[in-house]
Design a protein around this ligand. Sequence first.
Ligand SMILES: [Zn+2]
Length: 153
Amino acid sequence: MNPSHTGVGSPEYVDAHCHVDLFRDPARVVADAAAARVHTIAVTNAPFVFSHTATLARGNAYVHAALGLHPELVATHGDQIRRFGELLPTTRFVGEVGLDHTTNDVGLRKRQRDVFESVLGQCGSVGGRHRCNRPSLSWNRHHALVYGHATRA
Ligand SMILES: [Zn+2]
């Protein structure tokens, strides 16, 4: 973005997919993102780690905690979909969701699909606007960021 368009001295950037919680010093990453004015979507792999990242991001205008449930974790943490629903109203961002098809296990593929459809449905009901013709990407105004692990048909 051209600084002359923002009315301020330096440009702002976006990091659309950062695993802040996996850095050795996540608090430092959050502070650095703010100092550098980088809007950072701090994705999380499962609902049970979301609160930690949300706490790190609280009060920081540049770091945005995103709720997720990585498809690879569906086998071991698929039951976290209920916790996902409880936490969803607390964030405007969702990431680290989808289908990865890295397994040939038909049952696990179905479970990934069921979980992902639940994610899309929950985003639609919480955000109030939902558009999804097939379980791939869903966009709505308040829970708009669903990316990172899009489906392969
Ligand atoms: Zn990721």
